[in-house]
Design a protein around this ligand. Sequence first.
Ligand code: ADP
Ligand code: MG
Length: 701
Amino acid sequence: MVRSARAGPTLAASGAAPLASLPGVGPALAEKLAARGLLTLQDLWLHLPRQYEDRTSLAPIRQLQAGVAVQVEGRVEAVERGFRYRPMLRVALSDESRATLVLRFFHFRAQQAAQFAPGTRVRAYGTPRPGQHGLEMVHPSYRVLGEGEHGLGEALDPVYPEVEGIGPANLRKLVGLALERLPDADTLELLPLEVRDALQLPGLRDALVTLHRPPRDADVAALQAGLHPAQRRLALEELLAHQLSLRRQRIALQQLGARPLRGKGALVERLRASLPFALTGAQQRVYAQVRDDLAQPRPMLRLVQGDVGSGKTVVAAMAALLAVEAGRQAALMAPTELLAEQHLANLRGWLEPLGVRVCWLAGKVTGKARAQALAQVASGAAQVVVGTHALMQEGVAFHDLALAIVDEQHRFGVHQRLALRDKGQRDAVPHQLVMTATPIPRTLAMSAYADLDVSAIDELPPGRTPVTTIALAAERRPELIERIRAACAEGRQAYWVCTLIDDSDEVVAQAAQSTFEALTLALPELRIGLVHGRQKAADKQATMRAFKQGELGLLVATTVIEVGVDVPNASLMVIENAERLGLAQLHQLRGRVGRGSAASSCVLLYQSPLSAMARERLDTLRRSNDGFEIAEKDLQLRGPGELLGTRQTGLAAFRIADLARDADLLPRVHALADQLLQAAPATAAAVVQRWVGGAARYASA
Ligand code: ADP
Ligand code: MG
C-alpha cells in the first residue's frame, strides 16, 4: 500500500521557506548562505555534519592512542614559544594519570599564548600524533576552564561543512533554528512505512534529528562511514528522487510521441553488402533493437555501450539510413572536432556511394560555407548531418530531424542533449541514440541512465589481438625508449601520452612539449609529432593526419587523442603517470592500439613507490581487456564519480547518497520507483520536488 501525498503541502512542510524567514537572518547573512547553495530551510536540514566530535567524556592522557580523536583535560605544566623555521607554541598539559601531552600551534596570537599560564586548566579535543617527545595534538580545539567549571557534553558535537564568512558556532545555531521548524513526522514523511520497516530505517524526521544531534551512545564509526541507518534513510530517498526524476522525464518525452520509421531497410542492406567486413553478432543484435525502437510511435531513448573498437559507428550509420529511407534527416554529434571529422570521413565513405548526402557542420565552419551548410540542413538537402555541438546552436534549423545520434555521451552536458532533442518538429520528438565507450556496471547504468534503454555491444570484431599491458616504473624510461626505437624500425607506430591530473590545459601542454623535446633528442632518427589541446585545431588535425598516414613514427599527445582516433598501424602506447588516472580512462586510451592485426602493447609508466591501491588498479588493467570488468573494478576502487564523469552527466548533485557505498539500496530504489509511479504519482512528484526541485528537467535529458 502506498500513501499518497496530502494535497498542497505548506511551504514549511516542504522545507521550501527561504532562510530569511529565520530569526536573525538578514540580507547579508542570507547572501553568504546562498553563496554556498543554502537557500531554504530544507537546504539547512540537509546541510549535514561532515564529522562528529565526542566531547561527552574525558580520556586519561596516559591512555591516549595515536590517531584516535579524544577529549582530554589537564593543567598547563610548561609553555614554550619558539621560532625554529616558523613561529611555534608548545603547551605541555598533564593530568591525574600523571602523563603529559603536548599541544602544538603554528598560528596563534600573542593573547592566545598568554592564556596558557602554568597551572591553568585546559580542555582540548583533537587527534594525538607521535611527536618529538611522545604524543602531541597539533592545533586541537580547546577551551580554558574556570576553576569551578565541570560538566561534559550531552551529545556528540556535529562539525558542519564550512560556509564562508559564517563561524562554526553561528552555523550550528542557524541549523538549530532551521531544525526547530521541522514539521511533525507524518507531515514530513513521503516513503511508505513498509519500505522503512523492511530496511529497518527510521522516518525522515527522526533521521534528520539523529544526524544533527546524535545521542551520546550513537554509533560514531557508522556515522563517520556514512552507514548509519539515519544516513541510509536519507540516501534511499535521495536515490529514489533521482530515479523518479529520470523516469518521469522519460514518460513525459514518450508521451510527446515521435513519428515511427518503418522502412524496409533497403539502404541498410546495400550498406551491409558494401562493407569489407561482416557485422558481429553483437552489432546485429543491437541494430535489431534500434530498428524495433524506431518503428514505434514514441521516441527511441537508447544508450549503446560498447568498448572502444567494438564498432558502434556502423550501427549508428545503419540507424541513420532508416531515417534517410523515410525521407527524413539524421544528425550525428561528437564531442570533439577530431572525432566528428573521423565520423564524417566514415559516413561519407559508407553513405555517399549509396547516394546519401552527408553534410558537415562544426564551429570552424564559418561564413559562406556555414550559410550554405545551414541552408542544406534547413531545406533537407542534407540527409545526414555530422558535427560538434555547433549542431545545436541557435540558428540551426533542421528540415525534418528524425534521429539524433550523440557519440561519447558522457562528455556532453545534459543541456546539450536537451537542445538536440528540441531540434525536432513541434508535434514530435526526434528519436535519440546515445553511444558511449565507457561501460557502466548494470545497476549503475540503471541509476545513471534511468531515462534510457541500455544495449551493449559486448563483442569485438574478429582478428583483433588483445593488447599486452605492462606497468613500468618511470626510472626505466631508457629501456622504453629503446623499445620504441625497435618498434618503429620495424615500421610500427607508437603513441606517447602525457597526462597530469587536475592541471590546466596549459600545464599539460607544457609537459607534452618538454617530453616531445626530450624524445626528439633521444630518438633523432624518428619523425615525431606533437598534439595537445592548446594548439590550433588545424595544426592538431594536420599532425593527426600525418600520423594516420604513417608519416610520423611517434606521436606525443595529451589525452586529446582519447576518443575516436583510429590508426591500425599503431601498436605501442606509453601512458605517463598512469597511477593517477581512472581505470576507465586508461582503458579508453589503451583502446587506441590493438586496432590492427599486429600484436600491440601498452606500457603504463608510474612514479614509484606505488600505493597498494594504485598497484591493484594497474594490476586490474594488466589482467583484463574487458571494459565492463574494468568498470566494475573502478567502481569498487574509486567510486562512481570517476566512472561517470559525474560533472558532465548532470548526475553529480547527490547531497548524501554515494552510488558505490549505497549500491545495495539500488534494487530497492528501482522497485520503489515503479511502485510510486504506478500507484502514487503525487507522492512521486513530491519526492522529486523535495530533492531535485526545479533542476528536474536538466537532471536527465
Ligand atoms: P567504436 O565502437 O570505438 O566507435 P568504431 O566504430 O570506430 O569503434 O570501429 C572501429 C573499427 O572497426 C573501424 O575501423 C570499423 O570500420 C571497424 N569495424 C566495425 N565493425 C567491424 C566488424 N564487424 N568487423 C571488422 N571491423 C569492424
Ligand atoms: Mg567511436
